[in-house]
Ligand binder design. Sequence first.
Ligand code: PLA
Length: 447
Amino acid sequence: MEQTPCDRRLATIARHLNSPRSEIDGGSSISRLVTSADGGRSSDSVFNHVVRAPEDPILGVTVAYNKDPSPVKLNLGVGAYRTEEGKPLVLNVVKKAEQQLVNDRSRVKEYLPIVGLAEFNKLSAKLIFGADSPAVLENRVATVQCLSGTGSLRIGAEFLARHYHQKVIYIPQPTWGNHPKVFSLSGLSVKTYRYYDPATRGLDFRGLLEDLGSAPSGAIVLLHACAHNPTGVDPSLQQWEQIRKLMRSKRLMPFFDSAYQGFASGSLDEDAQSVRLFVADGSECVVAQSYAKNMGLYGERVGALSIVCKSADIASRVESQLKIVIRPMYSNPPIHGASIVACILRDRQLYHEWTVELKAMADRIIRMRHQLYSALQERGTPGDWSHIIKQIGMFTFTGLNSKQVALMTAEFHIYMTSDGRISMAGLSSATVPHLADAMHAAITHVV
Ligand code: PLA
């Protein structure tokens, strides 16, 4: 078959990627140049021993993307929603809430209490547990406003490390790359449980039950409430029930990470079912919530940590200790994002408008899944790509390896994490063909 210049270039890149010499040398030759170019000033610096840290595996993708001058570049790294025009989206309902806040002349910029905005906390607990949840109605939930999902996980983990008898946390394999760092820096020891089976591109349910079954009694277990990151694979409701039974029989402590409520199915209630199943049995659980994705409040850093307790008295003691954790870290949380969320959650009309916008985002992501799947079918790309439409939430765990990803970045200016995860929320109808071309080239040129 005749080779086009593009094919020849791809073959050269593929040869390079497939050779072991392509390992990055850590930039050592570049740092040598820098040290010799500063007139020797570095050598007497007290920080001269500081070695350059690697970029974050997820947020570093955006750093590399920003440096690329190509007009066709595409960032599918970080999970950030984009419109069909490829632009970030501020929800209409958020704009309305902000307008209300600006119009309210009585508002001030005083410090919030250590635990944050009381109304926000109450409404956040209702959102995840359900308005009729006995735990909420009986005041058995200690909720504190935190710095988005990450901050909520961190505060929850620090609390558990100080006040819970088991210091081991089991996290799924694989999981969001920041989980192990957050938990180990909080003083917990991190172990993994089997979650994903690359052969079926589905849940390794047997492995999961075996690993949790052999975890020490009382161990903490990190569970993704819905839209598991990075695999897009969630247990079914029946499987959740089996997980719950096993965990309760072994007194394992559920620690839910709810970063995508509403983004998986388009329904806030449906995406909270896993959490509600555990709360309904009356035992304890810990939940970290984020409004980054479902309200598009990424940079506002607004989230909540809830600890469900067995009595109102215990919940209030737990809250008092959460304050001890928070105060020396950042004193108290920011007011603006939480005020936006409270405005929306308290107002029937705004709440309804939010659910409509949220559903539209979830539906657009699902449409992108179908378009990408069809585009690969049209190109006759080798392999079974049905997982693209089966997976749930913001990401597709493509199965592409790091060399294939490197080729897609080098040749097609498509940026994604090296584990082959792509953010479907960053795609649009206009960019699907480009991504499909890149995936086709990567699959056919790189092993
Ligand atoms: N938990 C999970 C499972 C996540 O995927 C993320 C974000 C968070 C918590 C934290 O989000 P927040 O602190 O912004 O609320 N994951 C992103 C971004 C979307 C990131 O890595 O920070 C991701 O691309 O995986």
